[in-house]
Design a protein around this ligand. Structure first.
Ligand SMILES: [Zn+2]
Ligand SMILES: [Zn+2]
Length: 139
């Protein structure tokens, strides 16, 4: 901001006002990410041609797209709570040469953990096995 030069005052005395800019596609203040993903999807589908971008952007349509994307991501995920360790996300702990892998299941959330990944003392593990045990996410 400069003050007066050649008897003209610039910027300094302007009263700025806040405003709302409307967007021709996005109808709310939070769906830009969803729209970008939808645009990217259409571009990939049409490649190398120029895509025709046609999708609804109402609150209801954006909410539905969010839900569909979340389901698609979860479906494509290799993580399975019933078969993967909630600590390392693998079926077998890395560096495991043992034929038998010891697991422990949380009595609260029913997630599974490699004993190796928990790094618990042998006594604590035995106690956890004998009684009910809650994992770090639950306790
Ligand atoms: Zn693990
Ligand atoms: Zn748990």
């Amino acid at each position: 901001m400069r003050n007066t030069q050649q008897r003209k005052t610039e910027w300094l005395n302007i009263q700025w006002k806040g405003g709302v800019m409307t967007h021709p596609v996005q109808q709310d203040g939070s769906s830009c990410g969803v729209i970008v993903v939808l645009m990217a999807r259409e571009i990939m589908k049409a490649f190398p041609n120029v895509p025709i971008l046609q999708f609804g952007t109402s609150r209801k349509e954006m909410a539905n797209e969010r839900k569909m994307m979340a389901l698609q991501i979860l479906k494509a995920s290799v993580f399975d709570e019933a078969e993967n360790c909630s600590m390392c996300s693998l079926k077998k702990p890395t560096g495991s040469v043992h034929r038998f892998i010891n697991w422990i299941q949380c009595d609260t959330c029913e997630r599974w953990y490699h004993e190796k990944c928990l790094g618990m003392a042998k006594e604590d593990l035995e106690q956890a096995r004998a009684n009910t045990w809650s994992c770090i996410l639950c306790s």
